[in-house]
Each structure stands twice: as structure tokens, then as C-alpha cells.
Design a binder for this molecule. Structure first.
Ligand code: UDP
Length: 316
């Protein structure tokens, strides 16, 4: 039996795929390489396909005996989702439905879903716990929220159990430097600062101590470890659930820029710019549920150490 990893050539998916293979699982990466990289999919088998294409997904399930699915394949830029919502609903939403329908047909019963803190929208309480009201403000967050809802119905009707992993801000890279964060175009704060000498700060008038957005950065390897824990959890027959994955501490955009400059030993010029649509002011996770139930133990709790792994990867 194999684990299907959609988007396994992408940033977080490739780290999960590497870890699963290290632990002895057989994996199949399903990816259309639109945003991922073939050289990142070097563990397990590779199936070139698009989640929007039912035929390709079915062909993959026909070829391989899939027992569980980790679904990473999605568009994930908050700003882009605001200007191009159709793209997000088509890829993220219909793609997930196509995948779930193939699972239904081929009787694969475990689904691990890459969800996001964006499902909470503008939070009323910090740190955020899983039963906080979900009221997403961007089409990206809404697409993930809708899939979480669909998963409940697919469980009741078809018995597909699921774990929603709500990531906060993924950061860092594989310490063995085989894979890392590589988006084209790059829109994420840490790689932008590490790659350049200047950066635009999206919004300096938020109600935060220095006026810039606060985020909770979590190492990509720790996210991969949570996927492994979620897989084992579902394979043990446990019930569907949702878990926040973050470090529980928040850093402002300005603090992140300073830390990157420190790690890279270079001066960064920052330019104040207007707010990016869809960005809530503060997002910080309470991940005690994942720690308690999935026995998740994040290894990187220090922002400096997280950024160092990203910097080493960037230099490689
Ligand atoms: N950000 C910024 N300048 C940039 C990229 C991002 O000020 O060039 C801000 C962004 O508005 C957000 C934070 O940095 O408040 C983290 O954004 P990122 O795109 O890295 O991750 P996201 O929160 O979208 O997952």
C-alpha cells in the first residue's frame, strides 16, 4: 500500500515525502510541476498529473494501490487569491473534490489535508485554538475552509477520515540542504529578504506594537513531522480532527527582516508600502492540541535557527 502525496514536488510536500521515505513508507508524488520542481520529487515514485484532471487522478489510483492521501497540491498566495479567485476555486476546490472522488472509487480512506490559519480570518482571540470561529477573509482561506466542510460530509457519507493540518507560516529548509523554499515568483517574506538587499513592508499601520503584521513561523521539517504523526494517527483508526501547527510565538514583519539581516550578515533596505489585501494583523497558534493528541514536538522553536536553515539552503 502506498501513500499518495499531491504537490510532493512543492515546498512542504517535498519535505513530508522525504520524511515518509526515511521512515519506510512507499510514496507516490502526484504533481503537475506548475509550481513545484521535479528535482524536489526524488523520493518514492513520480506521477505527472494535474488535480483538475479527473482522468489523470484516476490513472494514478489505477496504477498504484493507494491507502492514504496527503493533499498539498494547491495555489497558496493570499494576495493572488484576492485578484484571481477563479483560479483558486478551480484548482484548490475542484482539485480536492476530484481527488476525494477517486479515493471514494478506489476505497482509500485516510486523507491528510494541508489547511491553513487563513481559515480563521481576522482572529478575535490570540493565540488561536482550533475551535475559534472560522471566518476566512481571502479566497485562498475560503477555498481551504470549504474543503474542510466538504471533508465532514465525505466522512459521514463515504467513510473517508481526515486530519486538517492548519499551518501557520512555514519557513526554513531541509538541514541536509536537498530541498528548500523555492517559489517562482517568490512572494514570501523570508526568502525575499534572504535573496535581496531590499524589501517592501506591506502595511505599517496595523494595530501591533511596531505597526507591521505579526506571524507565527514554523519550520517546514516540523510540519513534515506533523504529517507523519497525522498519518499514523489515521492509520491507527482514530477519529477525524483538525490541528493548528505553529510555534506559539509571533514576530512582526520588521522583526523578521532584522533577524534575516542578522543571519545573512547584510544590510536590508526596507520600504513602507500599503497593506496587502487579505492579511490579518496577528496570527499566532495555540498548538497544544497537536502536541497532546498527535504527540507533535516541534524541534525548531527559535526564529533565528529557522532562518539559518533557509539561509544555508539559499546559499547552496
Ligand atoms: N510581507 C511583506 N513584504 C513582502 C512579503 C510579505 O511585508 O515582500 C508580509 C506579509 O504582508 C505578511 C508577512 O510578511 O504580513 C508574511 O507574509 P508571507 O507572504 O511570507 O506569508 P503568508 O502570511 O502570506 O503565508
Amino acid at each position: 500500500m502506498k501513500i499518495l502525496i499531491t504537490g510532493g514536488a512543492g515546498y512542504i510536500g517535498s519535505h513530508a515525502n522525504k520524511l515518509l521515505n526515511k521512515k519506510g513508507f512507499k510514496t507516490v508524488v502526484f504533481d503537475n510541476l506548475s509550481r513545484g520542481h521535479k528535482e524536489f520529487a526524488k523520493w518514492g515514485e513520480f506521477f505527472y498529473g494535474d488535480i483538475r484532471n479527473k482522468r489523470e487522478i484516476h490513472a494514478c489510483f489505477k496504477k498504484h494501490r493507494i491507502s492514504a492521501v496527503m493533499h498539498f497540491a494547491a495555489y497558496a498566495y493570499v494576495g493572488e487569491s484576492v485578484s484571481e479567485p477563479a483560479k483558486y476555486y478551480e484548482n484548490n476546490l475542484s482539485g480536492a473534490i476530484n481527488l476525494l472522488d477517486a479515493m471514494r472509487e478506489f476505497k482509500a480512506k485516510s486523507f491528510i489535508f494541508s489547511s491553513t490559519c487563513a481559515v480563521y480570518g481576522v482572529p478575535e482571540r490570540i493565540p488561536i485554538i482550533e475551535n475559534h470561529k472560522r471566518c476566512p477573509v481571502s479566497p485562498y482561506g475560503k477555498s481551504k475552509f470549504m474543503i474542510e466542510e466538504i471533508l465532514k460530509d465525505y466522512e459521514s457519507a463515504y467513510g473517508i477520515r481526515h486530519v486538517n493540518l492548519r499551518y501557520f507560516n512555514a519557513a526554513g529548509a531541509d538541514p541536509e540542504l536537498e530541498i528548500g523554499e523555492w517559489h517562482e515568483p517568490e512572494t514570501h517574506l523570508i526568502p525575499i529578504v534572504l535573496r535581496n538587499r531590499s524589501v517592501r513592508i506591506f502595511g505599517t499601520d496595523y494595530e501591533t506594537p511596531d505597526g507591521t503584521c505579526i506571524r507565527d513561523y514554523v519550520h517546514v521539517q516540523d510540519l513534515a513531522a506533523a504529517h507523519l504523526a497525522a498519518l499514523e494517527y489515521l492509520l491507527e483508526g482514530k477519529r477525524s480532527d483538525s490541528f493548528n501547527l505553529g510555534n506559539g510565538s509571533g514576530f512582526s514583519v520588521k522583526e523578521v527582516i532584522e533577524t534575516c539581516a542578522d543571519v545573512a550578515g547584510k544590510k536590508i533596505k526596507s520600504e513602507n508600502s500599503k497593506r496587502r489585501p487579505g492579511d490579518p494583523p496577528v496570527l499566532i497558534a495555540d498548538s497544544s492540541k497537536a502536541k497532546k493528541i498527535l504527540k507533535w514536538k516541534p524541534r525548531y522553536i527559535d526564529l533565528h535557527a529557522i532562518i539559518e536553515t533557509a539561509w544555508k539552503w539559499h546559499n547552496k
